[in-house]
Ligand binder design. Structure first.
Ligand code: ADP
Ligand code: MG
Length: 361
């Protein structure tokens, strides 16, 4: 297992990149702590696979270095990096049995037969394929083949890191949950450094200790699920994580007050934005519905009952806003007013969160 350091890393698929936009992966410095389980979360095309393939050595970065336990491996081939990687689509040997597919990485490293047999049995149980060990992989469903790929990724106990690139895409929904749980327990058991790529926030938040959020080739925040929820470092994190995502309000900010759609809002803290576009970010959980006249005028446009709570869709000065209210709460019929719980207000300048005076960054 290893700590993985990304030092000044960046990648462009173009031969002579000039502008920042030419980079699929913008400059990045980061330590992946030994033994932690990370999710790498972001929309399609934001650079997740690019980053993963650089770590595993399938791709040479156009700039910067990768270190495993402080040893430079930037030019080391994949095989020397001692990494297991599972891809979005199955990679299996069709002519081999399920057993031989699973055993392959172990035999390849010269593990002894009794250990191989025992470990393959264990893995087969984890992926729910004990009864199919003697079958040839050919003819199995894509779902079953992907489970074999996952099993093969997990079979070695001595890897530096386990990398998963959207591995559950072709797996049916029920089995997804089951396999994710298995991956988690594997992590608890062996303490591998794990990086799990997904575009699904639920998957990311349930799998990982730390979530690395990428947007447009850039890592915009690394944090616990709670940190991403409470203090989104970038407006994208606020919008992408949470259901519904964070509301954004254009605001003029001076000291501890914000002007939003003609109303003055007390921030309880003092901010000094240095120009640029300033906004308040308020998650639906922190929007309060008051009586008409008490706050920002709002119109209820729709109410969605989603079980434990209600999502209230509002129109505030022509802009859609979502609020969450408790199941039993009375919802005003149409005209109402909203206010923000000061504890749930984040302030953004040009999309990046800024700290209040006296608050740690
Ligand atoms: P993700 O895995 O987050 O969906 P990728 O890392 O695959 O994103 O892609 C990031 C960006 O790099 C995208 O704009 C994609 O089109 C581009 N890209 C990916 N692979 C290649 C490639 N082999 N050649 C050129 N551009 C690529
Ligand atoms: Mg990808």
């Amino acid at each position: 297992m290893a700590k993985i350091t990304l030092d000044n890393l960046a990648h462009s698929y173009l031969p002579n990149p000039g502008h920042e936009d030419d980079f699929a992966l913008k400059e990045l410095n980061h330590d992946w702590i030994d033994g932690e389980a990370y999710a790498l979360l972001g929309a399609s095309g934001c650079g997740k696979s690019t980053l993963l393939n650089i770590i595993s050595g399938l791709l040479q970065p156009s700039q910067g270095r990768i270190l495993f336990n402080d040893v430079d491996v930037t030019n080391a081939p994949t095989a020397e990096r001692n990494i297991a990687q599972v891809f979005q689509f199955p990679v299996v040997y069709d002519t081999m049995t399920v057993r031989d597919n699973l055993a392959f990485p172990l035999r390849n490293r010269g593990a002894d037969a009794s250990y191989v047999a025992e470990r393959v049995q264990q893995i087969a149980q984890m992926i729910g394929m004990e009864d199919e060990l003697n079958r040839k992989a050919r003819g199995l469903t894509a779902d079953a083949k992907q489970k074999i790929s996952l099993g093969r990724g997990m079979v070695r106990e001595d890897v530096n890191a386990l990398l998963f690139d959207e591995p559950l895409t072709v797996i049916d929904p029920h089995m997804k949950w089951e396999l994710r749980t298995q991956l988690k327990s594997l992590h608890h058991e062996f303490g591998h450094t794990m990086i799990y790529v997904t575009h699904d926030q639920t998957e990311a938040l349930t799998f990982a200790d730390k979530v690395v959020v990428m947007y447009d080739g850039r890592v915009v925040q690394i944090g616990t699920p709670q940190e991403l929820f409470e203090r989104p470092a970038h407006t994208f994190v606020g919008y992408f994580i949470g259901s519904p995502g964070m509301n954004l309000f254009d605001a003029q900010i001076s000291g501890n007050a914000a002007q939003v759609a003609g109303a003055s809002i007390n921030l309880n803290k003092t901010y000094a934005p240095k120009g640029g576009k300033t906004q308040l970010g308020v998650r639906p959980e922190f929007i309060r519905l008051n009586g008409e006249g008490l706050g920002l005028p709002a119109k209820v446009t729709r109410v969605e009952d989603v079980g434990r709570h209600k999502i209230i869709r509002l129109d505030v000065a022509g802009q859609p806003v979502s609020a969450i209210a408790e199941e039993g709460a009375t919802v005003p019929s149409e005209n109402t007013a909203i206010s923000f719980d000061p504890a749930g207000i984040n302030v953004y300048a040009d999309d990046w969160r800024i700290s209040a005076e006296g608050e740690a960054a």
